[in-house]
Design a binder for this molecule. Structure first.
Ligand SMILES: [Zn+2]
Length: 478
């Protein structure tokens, strides 16, 4: 691999993002930072942003008595602030209301139409405004949307343009079967193969509201929000606007998205791309959902927490650490502030923080002066095979366990070798032990970089030498 292009789902602007969204953004950020280290900064592109068109946004704005464009800007800005609070290192924060995006969406529409895949018709059937999606009778559970059981399903009847989705049914089934890496984890691919059997043509325009990108040559209709939103992955890396950038980064290496968005990404998006004669993304990584104290995160439960609230109390690195260490990205996981606090004190204050200040203190007390690389026994003390393979299979929790395993090991070694005793005896072994400990800490800091960027930077600075001195604790106990 020589370049890495990764995208998050773009968040819908009916409300500001919460911890559940943060989970996905942090995972994406960790991958982007990891590949920046191995491939170089210029060879990684990280796209995130907001999905701003559609009936739901128009309605939410009306409820608050604000112009729709002002309303979506307000939410988009606060989403961006939330991401910034977590140090999410995106290269572009796209808004689907950006002018370059409208041009790309129209271009894709025209390509798909030219390929004979757009026709006009009339749709009558079920529509969930929560999902902004059409459902067949078989999709509904007790006549309700499977994701929004509290919303009423609308029966809509309108003139639309349809996309010949069914034309790509066999292509999609074969593609998923023949490309084992396309959908991760695998059990999600099986779900999609099942769903693909029932693909029918789908309306890709709406005519009963106006908040959207107009259909080329028929401005009374707006383009269906999913058709528009998916195209952001092309706009984000310069399709139409910056050919060089686009050719360098497309196809996307990883699209990360929640399990509720899977069918659009795994089945509609590839069909659109195939129709427009554009290469398909390489991997779709499906993230599970976070529950808080055993409950789904929702406004009606009243347990919505903004990432910045936890960041204010514990710091961005602690939140990033906790959300990836004690979860599995592809499954649903349960979190709580109490468990965050435990992880903070046990793993960060005691584990990492304590080891770093302990070694610094020993160096300071022994007047240790770092000689540099000639003192090292090998170029890498830590065998990172396990760490790298954890990244290759998106097992962030395993990568972090591996780092903390090394922290424990080094702590144990110091306890056994007792450098404070060696200092009293003026033993030449003291220098060897300290050199080893310093090397290990420097390597641990590198491994920490994708996960805890600020902390890694502090450690690297503190241990750059030649003289190492004590500093304020990295994670004061709470
Ligand atoms: Zn729904």
């Amino acid at each position: 691999m020589s370049k890495f292009y990764i995208t998050t789902a773009i968040d819908y602007v009916n409300d500001t993002i919460h911890l559940g969204h943060a989970f996905q953004k942090i995972a994406t950020d960790v991958l982007a930072r990891y590949y920046r280290i191995s491939l170089g900064k210029d060879n990684v592109f990280f796209l995130t942003g907001t999905d701003e068109y559609g009936q739901k946004a128009e309605k939410a704005a009306k409820q608050q008595n604000i112009a729709t464009n002002e309303f979506v800007k307000k939410i988009s800005d606060s989403d961006q602030k939330e991401q910034d609070s977590l140090n999410i290192s995106y290269d572009r924060f796209i808004r689907t209301t950006d002018s370059d995006h409208a041009e790309v969406v129209k271009e894709i529409w025209n390509k798909v139409e030219k390929n004979g895949d757009v026709y006009s018709g009339e749709y009558e059937g079920s529509y969930c405004e929560g999902c902004e999606a059409y459902y067949t009778k078989e999709d509904l559970i007790n006549k309700k949307c499977p994701i929004h059981p509290t919303l009423t399903i609308k029966i809509i009847k309108e003139k639309n343009y349809f996309f010949k989705w069914s034309k790509y049914k066999d292509f999609l089934i074969n593609y998923i079967r023949n490309n084992q890496d396309f959908i991760f984890p695998t059990h999600r691919a099986k779900e999609m193969l099942e769903f693909a059997k029932n693909i029918k043509d789908i309306p890709i325009s709406r005519s009963n509201f106006t908040w959207g990108i107009p259909v080329p040559n028929d401005p009374k209709q707006v383009i269906y929000v999913w058709f528009d939103a998916l195209v952001n992955y092309l706009t984000g890396v310069g399709f139409l606007k910056d050919k060089k950038l686009f050719n360098k980064f497309w196809p996307a290496d990883v699209h990360i998205l929640g399990k509720d968005n899977l069918r659009w990404h795994a089945l509609l998006w590839p069909a659109m791309l195939k129709s427009a004669n554009i290469e398909l993304p390489k991997t779709i990584l499906v993230n599970g959902f976070l529950n808080i104290n055993g409950q789904k995160i929702s406004k009606s439960v009243g347990n919505v927490i903004r990432p910045s609230e936890w960041v204010k109390k514990y710091g961005a690195d602690a939140v990033r650490y906790y959300l990836l260490r004690y979860t599995n990205i592809t499954e649903d996981s349960d979190i709580s502030e109490e468990k965050l606090l435990q992880a903070y004190n046990a793993d960060l204050a005691n584990g990492l923080g304590n080891l770093v200040s302990r070694v610094a203190k020993l160096c300071e007390n022994s007047n240790y002066v770092q000689m540099g690389s000639e003192e090292r026994t090998s170029s890498h003390l830590i065998d990172i095979e396990e760490y790298s393979s954890a990244f290759a299979s998106f097992k962030f929790n395993d990568a972090l366990s591996f780092i903390w395993g090394n922290i424990t090991e080094l702590d144990k070694l110091i306890n056994e070798e007792k450098p404070w005793e060696l200092a009293k005896q003026n033993s030449p072994k003291l220098r060897t032990i300290l050199a080893h400990a310093v090397d290990q800490i420097q390597e641990i800091a590198v491994l920490l970089e994708p996960f805890l960027p600020k902390t890694a930077e502090k450690i690297e600075e503190q241990f750059r030498g030649p003289k190492i001195t004590s500093q304020k604790p990295l994670f004061p106990r709470i």
